[in-house]
Design a protein around this ligand. Sequence first.
Ligand code: SF4
Length: 309
Amino acid sequence: MRYVFGPVPSRRLGFSLGIDMVPYKTCTFDCVYCECGKTTVHETTRRQHFESIGPVLDEIEMVLSSGRRIDYITLGGSGEPTLNVQCGELIKEVKARTDIPVAVLTNGSLMPDEKVFRELLLADLVIPSLDASLQEPFETVNRPVSGILAAEVADAISRFVRASRGQMWLEVLIVAGMNDADEHIEALADTIRHIDPLHVQVGTVERPGTEDWAEPVSEPRLAQICSTLGPRAVMIGGPSRDLAGDSTENMTERLLALITRRPCTIDDIESAVGGKRPVLLGKLEELKHAGKVNRFEHKDKTFYIGSRE
Ligand code: SF4
């Protein structure tokens, strides 16, 4: 499968079938914590026609016909999905094939564009991220393409809540020393009050990202930030649910689909892919010898990442 991965248990969406909407690594941001790696030549705000959506729909139909549990079909992947000019069309086509709700994970940067705004209204759930409402921490953490303004993004998110009748959750990621100062959090809390989203999910750095020096805030500080951000803010952690019953072949495919998109510990892999730990470790060793997986140490933890070749 080239465009579709999962379903994997997601901390937000239950069993989520992920759809990669843009080639690696196409984004309007270059977040310091991005688990997909650095945005380089593809850092852009220009929406593009990538490949035809036919093969994406074929892959989705293949997974749907397997009868596996899927709670959401989620547009996201290794970059910003709304950069794909066929985003709205894909949502429509998926909804014509299934009643499973469609979610979009977006950094919100293109939501001020009316066309993107209307396309996102076709989805059942939109989850934009907003790590800062002041321009300075926004630029430090998210490193957007020049010209993207935090205030305009926040304003579009706020209009979207009203237009979509609330089918929007907000996601906030806090990085120690970058967007965690009291004045950053108080400004963000004001903005969130104005946006009035259904939920606010607040996390911190959990896995190796683009920058080695991007550090998490402590759990007590994260709890304090959550309480400042208001009654709808909750702390989120890693995936915790189990998927079982796949054949070894499917397990390998899903394992590779998972770790090619982000670095994972064996705990992450076990809870996302299912299967017994010794079997998974044996499979990872095999894939490492075949040059398909790399293993590395980061802050006293062992991570696995799939080769993108
Ligand atoms: S975390 Fe999301 S918004 Fe940030 S660079 Fe990665 S893909 Fe883009």
